[in-house]
Design a protein around this ligand. Structure first.
Ligand SMILES: Nc1nc2c(c(=O)[nH]1)N[C@@H](CNc1ccc(C(=O)N[C@@H](CCC(=O)N[C@@H](CCC(=O)N[C@@H](CCC(=O)O)C(=O)O)C(=O)O)C(=O)O)cc1)CN2
Ligand SMILES: [Zn+2]
Length: 767
């Protein structure tokens, strides 16, 4: 029995990649150091996996920004608008690559970035491939080949990881009418063949194809594409061992398809979908190996060895040891790097830490499981099993986890707790009277630039070189500056800027019972941006108000409306590492009650507009349609519980980004927020159609500019987006705002862009 890894975190255990990329973008370091950091991270990852005893180690799981974008560059799927960047003297392939990811606004060029969206149900974002009708593909970037060679030079023969051809096409988007992207398969396969030819000649023996779409609902045509693609690849490479990786769910009705594809190893996710084991084992043909994803790649809890051994042994009984591999459930991209770096017991106590495993520890667990199976039962290995049992037992019986009051309160939630007092139609009249806002009211989504300076104050507070009072003073000044500036440029509804928050989820987690934290448990979210998801280990409660002080302070500075700014229960749940000992819905209700109390406190303090962000509500949607309703019912209800403790006059906003709303618009509507702000600019208002078709009754702020790119939009382009919006949504319902918060931007570009945005709103009013 062998072990494999599908992918390893690539940010570096000290976020080296983030740091060097950001310096490169700021022109404070050269390309050489970027490439060097990349090489270092790859080497460390390979050598670590080797040292920890992994049999099949991946390559090409590294990326400077995003693995899907890597593939677009590899296949030469480079939108034409980047030609000037590609041909400009002095620009390298990496410059072209970053231009596609982030847009390009220099040397007199002004080119928008490619769209970004969520990677399945994770908080990772990928760059969406753009396809034209007669899209041609050719081998452009040789990264996968170079990295295989690089590892080989280090003495490690790796398994190159490719996104499979069908999933790659399905991840993309048609940029003109008149074709279906799946029909591009025939153009694409020759490039795969070219790549595999080169890899094989360099000595590759195994190739991993990631085909996560196999756990989604597939059309007949897509199923046929799978057959066609893998038969053609198999025919071209009878010798190479193909590892087909599925993850994030069960194969279900695609089981027959998946087990029938001409590959050598099939990987399945047995953490998300343990129930699929029997059916897959039944179906898999002689000669094929099954890779069991038994270690959770999406959470930080220690593996339960006894449970895993049962699963593995049951597969071995029927397939034999030679036809079974074991692995983490999915790429470890979604796990933090190394628990050993967590040394501060005041942050993460020893009791809770012993229940956890990060990427490196998961790799070690994998080897231990293999040793236990292969009966390399040295005393040390047996000892591991005993200690693992103790850790599981300690968690089950810990007094830290349960809070009777919280359980009683969630059990007592009534229907009326999730309902506003009156319908939106009635509330709207009252809110208009109270608030008296202009048409095309302008606002922002909450955060203003988290400059290195602001972050450094927090770092100093942690280190003790600033005390709480000094820190608060600095934040107060920054907040006041932001308030004054918003007044000056004439925004209608102001925000306090979120300067006091490290992250919109972690900040709340830090103030809630039942949460703990890591100091260095970073996970890539997109590009160089990382999150440090809080860890929910027990029942959640709010001991004291969380945002009252800063919101009230900001409101006291101005006679304009200050929006209260909260993160909603579904998003806090979705962006945390959650308990696996109770249903997610239960944890979500506990959080909802905590947020509800905060909303009520803000209202009491005179805050008239309160935004409850739910950017992750779409992301949490199950991958299979059959499971949607159950999820949407509890998720929408949790949001409504958090929002319904207030009077009709209090205006509740919500905000979402990266959301394909078409298929869940009724649930979005059922959230019954008075105003929803959404991300629409990168898709040119396309997303609004769902709201228009549904005749969405409440107010909407479609984002008029992309905040993920440093590019500054001008007034005219925002006016034209707003005009486009006004053709599908009655203008009385429209707000004007950016796509999302501005924390990742600098002040210079933020100021310029918002001044243009306010001007755009004025133009709309005068039309
Ligand atoms: N959780 C979450 N998920 C989300 C979003 C989000 O905002 N939060 N937004 C969407 C897009 N994703 C995003 C994810 C991360 C960031 C982001 O800005 N991340 C920051 C880190 C934010 C943070 O936690 N900052 C901390 C720690 C900052 C830090 O790095 N400190 C330095 C020290 C700084 C110094 O000495 O000056 C260090 O620890 O080394 C703070 O401000 O306190 C980053 O990567 O740079 C933005 C968007 C979707 N998913
Ligand atoms: Zn957002």
């Amino acid at each position: 029995m062998q072990t494999q890894i599908l992918g390893y975190p690539r940010i570096g255990s000290q976020r080296e990649l983030k740091k060097v990329c950001e310096s490169y973008w700021a022109s404070t370091t050269g390309q050489k150091s970027v490439l060097q950091v990349g090489r270092n991270i790859r080497r460390e990852n390979w050598e670590l996996q080797k040292k920890l005893g992994v049999d099949i180690i991946p390559s090409n799981d590294f990326s400077f920004y995003d693995q899907v974008l890597d593939h677009s560059l590899m296949f030469g799927a480079i939108p034409q608008r980047y030609n000037p960047v590609a041909t400009k003297e002095g620009n390298t392939e990496l410059d072209l690559y970053f231009a596609m990811a982030r847009g390009y606004q220099k040397d007199g060029l002004d080119i928008t970035a490619m769209e970004m969206t969520k990677w399945f149900d994770t908080n990772y974002h990928y760059i969406v491939p753009e396809f034209q009708k007669n899209q041609a593909f050719r081998l452009f970037s040789t990264k996968v080949i170079d990295e295989f060679y690089e590892a080989k030079q280090l003495g490690i023969v790796t398994k190159p990881v490719l996104i499979g051809p069908v999933s790659y096409l399905l991840l993309g988007k048609e940029k003109e009418a008149g074709f279906d992207r799946i029909d591009l398969l025939k153009n694409l396969l020759p490039v795969y063949i070219d790549i595999l030819t080169r890899l094989q000649s360099l000595g590759a023996t195994h190739i991993q194809f990631d085909e996560p779409f196999l756990v989604l609902d597939l059309s007949e045509q897509e199923k046929q594409a799978y057959q066609a693609a893998y038969q053609q690849l198999r025919k071209a490479f009878p010798e190479l061992k193909f590892v087909l990786a599925t993850y994030f769910g069960a194969l279900q009705d695609n089981t027959a398809l998946a087990v029938g594809l001409p590959v050598d190893v099939l990987h399945i996710d047995l953490v998300r979908a343990p129930e699929q084991l029997d059916e897959v084992v039944d179906g898999i043909s002689v000669g094929k190996t099954l890779s069991l994803g038994v270690i959770d790649g999406r959470n930080i809890w220690k593996n339960d060895f006894e449970n895993s051994l049962t699963i593995i042994n049951s597969a071995i009984e029927r397939l034999g040891k030679n036809r079974v591999w074991i692995a983490p459930s999915c790429s470890l991209l979604h796990s933090p790097c190394d628990l050993e770096l967590e040394k501060n017991e005041e942050v993460l106590t020893a009791e809770i830490k012993q229940w956890m495993a990060f990427a490196k520890q998961k790799v070690a667990e994998l080897t231990t499981l293999k040793q236990l199976i292969n009966e390399e039962n040295s005393a040390a290995v047996k000892e591991q099993l005993v200690r693992n049992k103790e850790a599981q037992q300690s968690r089950k019986s810990s007094s830290l986890i349960h809070n009777v009051e919280v359980k009683n309160r969630t059990n007592a939630i009534k229907q009326s707790d999730s309902e506003r007092l009156n319908t939106f139609a009635k509330r709207r009249i009252l809110q208009q009277e109270t608030l008296n806002l202009p048409a095309f009211a302008t606002t922002t989504i909450g955060s203003f630039p988290q400059t290195p300076e602001v972050r450094s104050w927090r770092a100093k507070l942690k280190k003790g070189s600033l005390n709480q009072e000094q820190y608060d003073q600095l934040i107060a000044i920054e907040t006041e500056k932001a308030v004054r500036w918003q007044e000056e440029i004439g925004l209608d509804v102001l925000v306090h800027g979120e300067f006091e928050r490290n992250d919109m989820v972690e900040y709340f987690g830090e103030q809630l019972d039942g949460f703990t934290f890591s100091q260095n448990g970073w996970v890539q979210s997109y590009g160089s941006r990382c999150v440090k998801p809080p860890i929910i280990y027990g029942d959640v409660a709010r001991p004291v108000a969380m945002t009252l002080q800063w919101t009230s302070y900001a409101q006291s500075l101005t006679s304009k409306y200050m929006k209260g700014m909260l993160t909603g229960p579904v998003t806090i749940l979705q962006w945390s590492f959650v308990r696996n000992d109770q249903p997610r819905s239960e944890t979500c209700n506990q959080i909802a009650l905590a947020i509800r109390d905060e909303v009520v406190d803000l209202e009491k303090a005179g805050i008239k507009i309160i935004q409850i962000d739910e950017p992750a509500i779409r992301e949490g949607l199950p991958l299979r349609k059959a499971d949607w309703k159950t999820y949407l019912d509890w998720a929408v209800r949790a949001f409504r519980i958090s929002a319904s403790g207030v009077q009709d006059e209090t205006q509740i906003h919500t905000h979402m980004c990266y959301s394909e709303f078409n298929d869940i618009i009724d649930s979005i509507s059922a959230m019954d927020a008075d105003v929803i702000t959404i991300e629409t600019s990168r898709s040119q208002m396309e997303l609004l159609n769902a709201f228009a078709d549904f005749k969405y009754p409440n107010e909407i702020g479609p984002g008029v500019y992309d905040i993920h790119s440093p590019r500054v939009p001008n007034k005219n382009e925002m006016v034209s987006l707003l005009k486009k919006a006004a053709t599908v949504i009655p203008k009385e319902q429209l707000w004007v705002n950016p796509d999302c918060g501005l924390k990742t931007r600098g002040w210079d570009e933020t100021k310029k862009a918002l001044i243009e945005m306010v001007e755009a709103a004025k133009t709309m009013r005068s039309n």
